[in-house]
Design a protein around this ligand. Sequence first.
Ligand SMILES: Nc1ncnc2c1ncn2[C@@H]1O[C@H](COP(=O)(O)OP(=O)(O)OP(=O)(O)O)[C@@H](O)[C@H]1O
Ligand SMILES: [Mg+2]
Length: 365
Amino acid sequence: MRVIAVANQKGGCGKTTTSINLAACLAHLGKQTLLVDLDPQGHSTCGLGVQLEKGALTLYDLLGFREALRPSVMPILKQVNSCLYLLPSDGVLNALEEDLANSPDRDKRLKRELDILERENPDFEYVILDCPPNLGVLTFNALEAADDLIIPIEPSFFSLHGLAKISETIQHLQIFRETRLNVYALLTLFDSDTTFGQEIYEEVLAHFQDQLLRTVIHNAIVLKEASSAGQSIVEYAPESSAFRDYFHLAVEYLKRDWQRRFPMNELGWKNILHRHYGPRSVLGGVLFQAINEKAEIVEIAGDFNQWIPEAMQKRPNGLWQKVIPIHPGKYRYKFIVDGEWQIDPYQPVQRQNEYGTVDSYLELV
Ligand SMILES: Nc1ncnc2c1ncn2[C@@H]1O[C@H](COP(=O)(O)OP(=O)(O)OP(=O)(O)O)[C@@H](O)[C@H]1O
Ligand SMILES: [Mg+2]
């Protein structure tokens, strides 16, 4: 289970909008996702159209009581759709700061509850924490429980001013953590048409470098409309560009998460691609494959066909294939893409040729 806090002490920078829509897009991608409303304003709760009946249990009941009195998590959750769940909140959560003032474990309560949830319900893959706009006990609970932190940044002078403060807080936190918190910055409410927007982008990029998510969330009124209607953008306007922004964010996050979990250098990725798309023995010969979505015709020529180009067969998604019946031996070959001779990018072995360039090379034993 991966826990992602969405936090920034600055108000109105898109924390709740990002939490709801990132959670909804992860769920849309089939990931079992839990959104935790850590804000007494209860915006994630009403933004997903969840109405709490009088006396309903909320996050407060989970964090505010001593162990013996605490309810278990599952009955408090509200199911939004087949993959999306919400842990709701309301104004009562305001009391937590005072209630926990003298508890030594006050910042670790959410982590403890999420650890229990993970043990009892291992199906949950992602948990998103929508934080309030301050650095109080709720945000510290989120940062203790989180593996990743997404900081939404709305392009304004004041947001940039606040970056130094967040960075300072994070650095301080990292010292006390067992594992490193992965920090990402996300530009929200972005207007790419203005030079101001571009300037801010450059500034945030310079500050966060690789930690800046390449997806940008543009200013889109439909996001406001969706939350007023109590729906995520996935439900409210799946055709909109705002949906595409949040969908790209979910995909980028998943990709980065994957790369972090399975770190591989360039060569590692090349090896995987080589195993998948490089030449390999199949029934009837050796299967050669090229990928080119735009090409009209892709051919193959080599020592095995006296360098007379033979057309490859076009498959869906830009894949071209040809099985050539060849015997054990050493072969040079090339692809010809719309008349242009190219090496096989998925075959790392090459040999110099007499024309001063290289051919792809295959040794079949
Ligand atoms: N990309 C966007 N385009 C247009 N409006 C947006 C966008 N993102 C957020 N908003 C709107 O801006 C306002 C603030 O957004 P949101 O509630 O997500 O911010 P927040 O950081 O959670 O605020 P708070 O600090 O109060 O919790 C809301 O009215 C929301 O609908
Ligand atoms: Mg909010």
